[in-house]
Design a protein around this ligand. Sequence first.
Ligand code: AMP
Ligand code: GLY
Length: 421
Amino acid sequence: MVGAGGREHALVAALRRSPRAPEVLCAPGSAGIARDGVHCLDVGTGDLEGLVVAAREEACDLVVIGPEAPLVAGLVDELADGQVRAFGPSGAAARIEGSKAYAKEVMEAAGVPTPGHVVLSDHEAALAALEGTSYPLVLKADVLAAGKGVVVCADEDEARTALEAFFAERRFGATTVVLEEFLDGEEVSLLALCDGERALPMAPARDFKRIGDGDRGPNTGGMGSFSPVAGIDAERTEELVRLVHQPVLDELRRRGTPYHGVLYAGLMFTAGGPQVLEFNCRFGDPETQAVLPRLRSDLPELCLAAREPGGLGGAEAEFGDDFAVAVVLASAGYPESSSKGDVISGLEEAAAIADVFHAGTAERDGEIVTAGGRVLAVTGLGASPAAARSRAYDAASKIEFKGMQIRTDIAARAVDRVATG
Ligand code: AMP
Ligand code: GLY
């Protein structure tokens, strides 16, 4: 397993649940993954050569890659060159996440519904493009930005300020910006395992992107999630995959860059139907922490099958009837900054109630301390959204660290919706 976040902690747990009982190693892993008895290798996710060497030395049968950056940088291609099997898209296929402008081009070619947009690489031209647009307007840096490169602008003043940050201050390191029509609706993350030809849907999830309750404040990597989502049953899920994932798989295959791995569609359900806001080339974080604890199928087997063209034919991703709610605990200052080195207490009490996934932690003198923006994700499972939600929050209430940020409204409406039918 490559990665160190909460998503990877949940992936490691799901891989180890396989009846094959695989030995799992993690590079670089985290304090939480190590405490679960998984051997962590001291190789960072940016050290592609080091990862290939480590995978060869350890004779790994399969490398599963969590984060987008090594995928976009071509880790799967380098592993293949080193005769190591990996689960994930090639660098060329991962461009669907690496460049928002490219993703838009693919969606247009494939006929996938997505909001109207213009791509601009010049400050003056971008300012000119603001003339005559309507607000709110969405600006997206054409670069990997860990969920933080998107600004929703309420009026022209905000758009000008955002363009200043993009172009003059180079805040996101991007030279290109996508201006996109603002859509209103409910968001759903629909992930599918892809074998180059076909997409096998995972259970739908909802992510909470904003830092504050009531969806206020700036976008983050994600502050919580739940799965499944009311109204999106198996049949609807299949329909969505036919509308969204399948045309993209067909288009990428046609371009000679077939997509193997997880294809994550960020959907918005508008009055006019579903629209794609983004594609990601990997499992979502924190969606994975709500989706994978519900998976009943053998994850390593599915990952291996997805490597062969058409290999998932006949395979099924089966999920339990339970609900899962994941609540993220973030450090002071997130998403603008993060605070490190604060001692975390209550982890064992919380783990007795729910799954505790470490996202940004370190071990110091036998204690677990904060080491990132998102620190932990706590996942509660239950027979109803209400039961899952109260389990997650009950467990989270046991945990304390200085400046801890937590949203109090994750899955609150999912609970209301069930209560009112
Ligand atoms: P993205 O990285 O493109 O998914 O954008 C991150 C988040 O920004 C999304 O999950 C939405 O919450 C919001 N967002 C992105 N594009 C739009 C849009 N066109 N209209 C409204 N909100 C958007
Ligand atoms: N939770 C949003 C993402 O993984 O991109």
